[in-house]
Design a protein around this ligand. Structure first.
Ligand code: HEC
Ligand code: HEC
Ligand code: HEC
Ligand code: HEC
Ligand code: HEC
Length: 167
């Protein structure tokens, strides 16, 4: 991790003089299908965990495979062109090329599981009221400053190596 230490030293001066300008909310990225959380998680009340189960070790919440979608869309709205497109991805065993909304760089450690164990922390804390939106955009701050604000507020460590370790 020598490169990181070097990068940290050279960048941290700038960083602490003025944290990068993080524009929140970001515009919603274009998605390959008009998937709506409002329809699925809101109106139909499908649990977040049905599609985002946070499997062990718990770093990722994960994006559902087409198989999960086809559990319903084998039958539901199968005549819709969007559902036919979905069925096409499934038939060809292709991943749907969803545009990411929330991501941190690979060299940042983040665990969903550890955070979901913190009292009062829910999906909405870091992602907003997802079940009320047709389209997701990044509206919560997951920049370094955003992470550190909550760590400070909750008394968690803000040591550099907590989030920038050698994993
Ligand atoms: C029926 C399946 C389904 C359910 C239920 C569901 N999601 Fe999703 N979720 C998806 C799909 C598909 C995407 C990728 C498309 C998108 O971003 O809208 C996604 C994307 C996301 C993202 C952005 C992921 C990224 O790439 O940055 C977040 C955050 C999220 N969901 C949170 C939730 C929460 C919180 C709930 C419960 C309130 C929930 N989802 C319920 C299928 C689902
Ligand atoms: C403490 C803040 C926090 C909480 C709480 C949280 N997330 Fe996330 N979420 C993030 C961050 C940060 C990322 C980017 C992670 C990455 O790039 O590795 C992310 C990424 C995601 C993604 C896309 C990438 C992945 O991890 O597979 C989905 C889907 C998602 N979150 C869903 C959820 C759901 C569902 C919940 C509640 C069960 C939830 N999140 C709770 C901060 C949070
Ligand atoms: C638990 C059942 C269920 C699951 C799982 C599910 N859906 Fe749906 N989906 C529905 C229902 C119900 C509707 C609303 C149908 C209507 O408008 O009558 C819908 C609507 C849609 C629509 C809008 C179709 C249109 O033309 O109006 C799209 C696109 C869609 N779903 C994509 C997905 C994707 C992608 C997944 C997997 C990530 C998924 N769905 C998983 C039940 C489900
Ligand atoms: C909503 C508040 C909150 C946000 C936002 C948040 N954290 Fe945390 N985080 C905590 C708390 C509280 C702990 C201590 C948990 C414990 O000790 O069980 C923690 C612990 C951690 C840990 C140590 C986990 C372990 O393995 O023991 C890491 C790494 C971490 N956070 C990284 C991040 C990163 C990276 C972000 C931003 C992308 C972030 N956190 C955003 C509250 C938050
Ligand atoms: C609570 C988690 C957390 C802690 C503690 C933390 N960082 Fe970060 N750091 C992040 C995240 C998340 C990013 C990536 C932000 C993004 O997506 O642009 C980041 C990015 C960086 C970058 C790249 C900056 C850029 O603009 O891309 C440097 C350099 C850095 N951190 C140095 C440090 C130093 C030095 C410390 C200790 C003083 C530290 N970090 C402590 C979470 C953390």
């Amino acid at each position: 991790m020598r490169w990181f230490a070097a990068a940290a030293i050279s960048v941290s001066a700038i960083l602490f003089a003025q944290l990068p300008d993080v524009k929140i909310p970001r515009p919603a990225p274009e998605q390959p299908l008009p998937f709506s959380h409002k329809t699925h998680a809101g109106i139909n009340k499908t649990a977040c965990a049905h599609c985002h189960p946070v499997p062990d070790p718990g770093d990722f919440a994960t994006i559902p495979k087409t198989q999960v979608c086809m559990g319903c869309h084998q039958a539901v709205k199968k005549d819709s062109p969007h559902i036919q497109k979905l069925a096409g991805f499934h038939a060809e065993a292709k991943k749907i090329p969803w545009a990411p909304v929330y991501r941190v760089p690979d060299w940042v450690s983040f665990s969903h599981k550890k955070h979901l164990g913190v009292e009062g922390v829910k999906c909405a804390t870091c992602h907003g009221e997802v079940a009320t939106y047709d389209v997701l955009r990044r509206e919560k701050d997951i920049s370094m400053a955003g992470c550190m604000d909550c760590h400070r507020a909750k008394g968690a460590s803000n040591e550099c190596l907590l989030c920038h370790d050698q994993r």
